[in-house]
Design a protein around this ligand. Structure first.
Ligand code: ZN
Length: 84
């Protein structure tokens, strides 16, 4: 995973992050993150600023870039239910 990825190049994507302390995970909108930071920010820049909404921990364990198709549910709508 490239932590040096510019957020603006994945603005339509989501960022899935997991709290190292309690395992709580959530998917953030990269577009929302961009509004709160500089335009040339990278994933590496914003990860340390995230805080777990459950335990208030600031250590991120895993993170993943989620493609727009997955986060908007378009792909799911085209997929027959039995394949889910
Ligand atoms: Zn947590």
């Amino acid at each position: 995973m490239h932590t040096g990825t510019l957020l603006r190049t994945i603005a339509s994507h989501g960022l899935w992050v997991e709290c190292r302390a309690c395992g709580h995970s959530s998917t953030l909108s990269v577009a929302d993150l961009l509004e709160q930071t500089k335009q040339d920010a990278t994933i590496r820049d914003v990860l340390p600023r995230l805080k777990c909404s459950k335990c208030r921990g600031k250590q991120i364990g895993e993170f993943r870039i989620i493609s727009p198709d997955v986060s908007t549910g378009h792909e799911r709508m085209r997929t027959p239910p039995e394949q889910l």
